[in-house]
Design a protein around this ligand. Structure first.
Ligand code: KIV
Ligand code: ZN
Length: 506
C-alpha cells in the first residue's frame, strides 16, 4: 500500500491498547480466539501486545504470530534495545511482521517522564529505529504525545525516524487533546514538511478523552494519513481509542465524501464486537453508534412509519451491513452430530481442535436438556465459557438456595472446589444473590468490592440463558467475571467465581 493510495490500512490495537485498560484483561486462549476473529474481519495489522511487558505478553504475541496467516503481526516496544529485541523475538514466527517502537516527543513528556533533552530524544529515536530495522524490514515509529509536541521538533523527530528506516510514522493523540480540524492540519503539515514523507505512511492513533477520537482520525485520513489505529468497541486507556466500527462505517457509508476504502468485511463487525464483549465481560452502551442495542431501533411513531415505508428515511446503513441479522435459525440441538456442530462453528469463525469440539458437543447436550432452542449466541457463550476459560483455582460443585417471603433470610448452601479440595459452607444474605456472593467469599477467603453486577438475557423467551457480568476489585486489581446459565442465580455464582479466579491469576 502506498502513501497516495485510496486504501486505508486498519491497524487494530484491541489486543494491546485495548487490553491495557482496566477490566479488559484477556487470557491467552481468549486473545487467540479474538486474533482469529480480527483476522477474519479483515484488519491489516494486528498489534498483538507489548512483548517486553511480561512473560505472559511475550507468549501472547508469540503465539498469535504463529496462529495468524494473512495479516501483519506487530508488537509494541519502547525505544530501548531490550524491548525491541523482545518484540523481534516474539513476532519472529509471523509470516508478515512489524516492530512498533515509540518515544515521547512533547516537551511535557520529555522533561517529566523521560528526563531527556530534545537532542537526546532525537538520538534515541535514531538508534531505536535503526536497531528495529536491522531486525525486520517493516518498522513503525510513534511520536508519543505528538499532538502536544512542538511542530518543528515533531518534523525533526519524523525525519530522524525515516532516515533510520521507519516505514510508518504514527502521530498519536495520546491524551485525546487534539480537535479534529487541528489534528487534520497537523497531518497535512507533516506531509508537507517532513523530508521523505512521500515514501512513508502516516498513521493516526487517537484517544477519546474529549469524545472526538473517531472524528479526529477521519480528519487525519482526509488530510492524507493512510493508517488508522483503532480498537473494537473503542476499548482502550481511559476513555478508550477510536472505535474500529465507527471509523470503518463512516468511511463506508460516506464513501463518496472520503473516497477511501478498507479491507474490513463489515458484516463481521457485529459478531466480532459481540465476541469481544463476551470475552471482557462488558456490554456496549445502548446508544453506542453501530453496536448499541438502540443503534437500529426506531421508537417514535413518525420514525417507525418512515422506516416502514422506506428504511432509508431514518437508516443510513442497514443492520445487515454490520452483521446484525435476525438469522437465528436453530440448526444445532440435542441431536446434532459432530460434523454439523463443526461446520456451524466454522461458519461462526471458530476453528476448534478435535478435543475442543468434543467439549462443545457435551456442553450443547447439557444445555439442550435445559433449553428448547439453541441460538448462535448460546453457542458463542459456550465457546468462550467451556473452551477458552482460564484454568480455575475455584470451582462451583453444587449450589442450593432457600428463599421465602416469611422473614427467613435467603440462605445459600454451597459446595466448591478450592485448589482441587472440596469445601462446604452455608450463609445468609439480604437477597439470594447477596447470600451466594457472601458464601463464595467465605469459602474463597476473598474480600472483593463489587463494582458492577448485571444480568442480561442472551436470547429471547423466559428460558433464555441469563448472562451475568460482575466486575470485582481487590488489592488495587480489577477483574471481570461472566457466565451464562438458564438459572440467573447459578449464572451469578459462576460469574462471581470466574472473576475471583481471574483475580487469583493476575
Ligand atoms: O496512545 C499512544 O500514544 C500509544 C502509543 C504507544 C502508540 O498508545
Ligand atoms: Zn494509545
Amino acid at each position: 500500500m502506498s502513501a497516495s493510495s485510496d486504501r486505508v490500512i486498519i491497524f487494530d490495537t484491541t489486543l494491546r491498547d485495548g487490553e491495557q485498560s482496566p477490566g479488559c484483561t484477556m487470557s491467552l486462549s481468549e486473545k487467540i480466539l479474538l486474533a482469529h476473529a480480527l483476522e477474519g474481519l479483515g484488519v491489516d495489522v494486528m498489534e498483538a501486545g507489548f512483548a517486553a511487558a511480561s512473560p505472559g505478553d511475550f507468549e501472547a504475541v508469540n503465539t498469535i504470530a504463529k496462529e495468524v496467516n494473512s495479516i501483519v503481526v506487530t508488537s509494541l516496544a519502547r525505544a530501548l534495545e531490550q524491548d525491541i529485541e523482545a518484540a523481534a523475538k516474539a513476532i519472529e514466527p509471523a509470516k508478515n511482521k512489524r516492530i512498533h517502537t515509540f518515544l515521547a516527543t512533547s516537551p511535557l513528556h520529555m522533561e517529566y517522564k523521560l528526563r531527556k533533552s530534545p537532542a537526546e530524544v532525537l538520538k534515541m529515536i535514531e538508534k531505536a529505529v535503526r536497531f528495529a530495522a536491522s531486525c525486520t524490514a517493516d518498522v513503525e515509529f510513534s511520536c508519543e504525545d505528538a499532538s502536544r509536541s512542538d511542530k518543528i521538533f515533531l518534523v525533526e523527530a519524523c525525519e530522524a525516524a525515516i532516515a533510520a528506516g521507519a516505514k510508518t510514522l504514527n502521530i498519536p493523540d495520546t491524551v485525546g487533546y487534539a480537535q479534529p480540524e487541528e489534528y487534520g492540519k497537523l497531518i497535512a503539515h507533516l506531509k508537507e514538511h517532513v523530508k521523505g514523507s512521500e515514501n512513508i505512511i502516516f498513521s493516526v492513533h487517537c484517544h477519546n478523552d474529549l469524545g472526538v477520537a473517531v472524528a479526529s482520525s477521519l480528519a487525519a485520513l482526509k488530510a492524507g494519513a493512510r493508517q488508522a489505529e483503532v480498537t473494537v468497541g473503542g476499548i482502550g486507556e481511559r476513555a478508550g481509542n477510536a472505535s474500529l466500527e465507527e471509523l470503518v462505517m463512516a468511511l463506508t457509508v460516506r464513501k463518496p465524501y472520503y473516497g477511501l476504502t478498507t479491507n474490513i468485511k463489515t458484516p463481521l463487525i457485529y459478531p466480532t464486537a459481540r465476541l469481544l464483549s463476551r470475552i471482557i465481560g462488558q456490554t456496549y452502551a445502548r446508544n453506542k453508534p453501530i453496536l448499541g442495542a438502540n443503534a437500529f431501533a426506531h421508537e417514535s411513531g413518525i420514525h417507525q412509519a418512515g422506516v416502514l415505508s422506506n428504511p432509508e428515511t431514518y437508516e443510513i446503513m442497514t443492520p445487515a451491513s454490520i452483521g446484525l441479522t435476525d438469522n437465528n435459525a436453530i440448526v444445532i440441538g440435542k441431536h446434532s452430530g459432530r460434523s454439523a456442530l463443526k461446520s456451524k462453528l466454522d461458519s461462526m469463525g471458530y476453528q476448534l481442535e478435535d478435543a475442543q469440539i468434543d467439549k462443545m458437543m457435551l456442553a450443547i447436550k447439557v444445555l439442550a436438556d435445559k433449553k428448547k432452542q439453541i441460538f448462535d449466541e448460546d453457542i458463542e457463550a459456550l465457546v468462550v465459557e467451556k473452551v477458552h476459560r482460564v484454568p480455575d483455582k475455584f470451582r462451583l460443585v453444587h449450589l442450593s438456595i432457600l428463599s421465602s417471603d416469611i422473614g427467613v433470610p435467603p440462605t445459600c448452601m454451597l459446595v466448591m472446589e478450592k485448589d482441587g479440595k472440596e469445601c462446604r459452607h452455608s450463609g445468609f444474605g439480604v437477597g439470594s444473590v447477596d447470600a451466594v456472593f457472601k458464601t463464595i467469599c467465605h469459602v474463597c477467603e476473598a474480600k472483593p468490592t463489587i463494582e458492577e453486577y448485571s444480568v442480561n438475557s442472551i436470547s429471547g423467551g423466559s428460558d433464555a440463558q441469563g448472562e451475568v457480568f460482575v466486575r470485582l476489585a481487590q488489592n488495587g486489581r480489577v477483574a471481570i467475571g461472566r457466565a451464562s446459565d438458564p438459572d440467573v442465580i447459578n449464572a451469578s455464582a459462576k460469574a462471581f467465581i470466574n472473576a475471583l479466579n481471574r483475580l487469583a491469576k493476575n
